[in-house]
Write a new protein. Structure first.
Length: 141
């Protein structure tokens, strides 16, 4: 049917790009050799607009302020975020180089006020260590 021949790709016959197949001995058919192009280097996506999906807020406590002396900063993060996402978000938002990330899940706790019982919700926090010569200004002075 000549109608379906419209959709088939037609190969240009170039004798320099054809070679006989090593698997088909004795056959006169020739196959086209396709060279693969190298992939471009992988670039990290900036998630500056999506950092709010990872970072909630800085976690400001006495213990967290002591860690600032060791170039470690503490952030509350969303439950579904992981170390790689936290690292990318901190690097994009604050413009620093992150050395390591540690993640801690704080469980919910039972509380009681008089006869009323309830729970204090848990959260996830990330302790981010940055390079020695860099700083993050969390609380403006």
């Amino acid at each position: 049917m000549p109608l379906f021949d419209v959709f088939k790709k037609k190969l240009k016959e170039d004798k320099s790009s054809f070679r006989p197949s090593p698997f088909k001995k004795g056959s006169e058919k020739e196959e086209k050799v396709v060279e693969k192009k190298p992939l471009p280097p992988k670039q990290n996506k900036k998630i500056l607009g999506e950092a709010y999906k990872v970072l909630k807020s800085p976690h400001v406590t006495e213990k967290a302020s002591d860690l600032v002396g060791q170039n470690q900063y503490v952030f509350k993060v969303w439950e579904g975020s992981n170390k790689k996402e936290v690292k990318r978000a901190v690097e994009d938002v604050f413009g620093v180089e992150v050395v390591s990330v540690r993640v801690v899940n704080i469980p919910k706790k039972k509380i009681r006020i008089g006869r009323t019982e309830g729970t204090k919700s848990g959260y996830k926090k990330a302790i981010v260590k940055i390079r020695k010569d860099q700083k993050i200004e969390i609380l403006p002075r």
